[in-house]
Design a protein. Structure first.
Length: 228
């Protein structure tokens, strides 16, 4: 799939939790084309072909609400996302470049697929579970963790995933009440032969991947969304 530069318009912007934003972009050109799990580069400054692509950041594509509308979430963590929070408004034009990545391009859907997410790391998984292709996955399981219940903005997406694949199961933990997911318990439940997908804070990915490898899971069965 060819990477394209697309001029978009901000169709929606929500700030339901401090420093956490949900952004909906509408293509001003052709419908978006991408595969589940792929991501885009978003630029705040105008794109001028004569000077090249401006500074940008990568964001997972969370969902496609319509052929010409996509959704992504972002947390304010640095200078670029601080600019996004202060400059992005409904109606603003924003350039994006997409698609990138191959997180779900070649998994064996007959295998037990286990998805482990921390915070907004859930977003690339949402693009899969709300896609029709998710219906062919065998007993997929999602483990998602959030700092507290108010940071879980994704119940509707999980319900959509359940409607697409009735075998889909998920467990949610809130760190302030439940603590964090225990990777050893997850491994005991699914075994080293499962296909594990990890997405979230870099330290979480590093620790979970190291534990899985040490416990006998082959590297090819551990997929990570860690381009940040």
């Amino acid at each position: 799939m060819l990477v394209k530069k697309v001029l978009t318009e901000v169709a929606g912007l929500q700030n339901p939790v401090e420093n956490l934003f949900v952004l909906e972009l509408r293509s001003t050109e052709k419908p978006f084309k991408f595969l589940p799990g792929q991501f885009l580069h978003l630029a705040l400054d105008p794109y001028d072909p004569s000077t090249g692509w401006p500074e940008s950041r990568c964001f997972s594509i969370q969902a496609q609400n319509a052929p010409d509308r996509i959704v992504l979430s972002f947390s304010v963590r640095g200078q670029f996302t601080s600019r996004m929070a202060s400059e992005i408004r409904v109606g603003k034009n924003i350039w994006v470049k997409l698609p990138y990545g191959s997180l779900f391009q070649d998994p064996d859907k007959a295998s037990q697929c286990v998805f482990i997410a921390g915070g907004t790391g859930i977003t690339p998984f949402l693009s899969l579970i709300t896609d029709r292709s998710f219906g062919s996955y065998k007993t997929p399981k999602l483990y998602a963790g959030f700092r507290s219940k108010k940071f879980n903005l994704y119940d509707d997406y999980l319900a959509r995933g359940k409607a697409i694949n009735h075998e889909f199961g998920y467990e949610i933990k809130y760190e302030d009440k439940d603590g964090m997911h225990d990777i050893s318990k997850i491994l005991n439940e699914h075994g080293s032969g499962a296909l594990y997908f990890l997405s979230g804070p870099p330290q979480m990915i590093k620790q979970f991947r190291a534990f899985l490898e040490k416990s006998g899971t082959v590297r090819g069965n551990i997929r990570t969304d860690d381009w940040e």
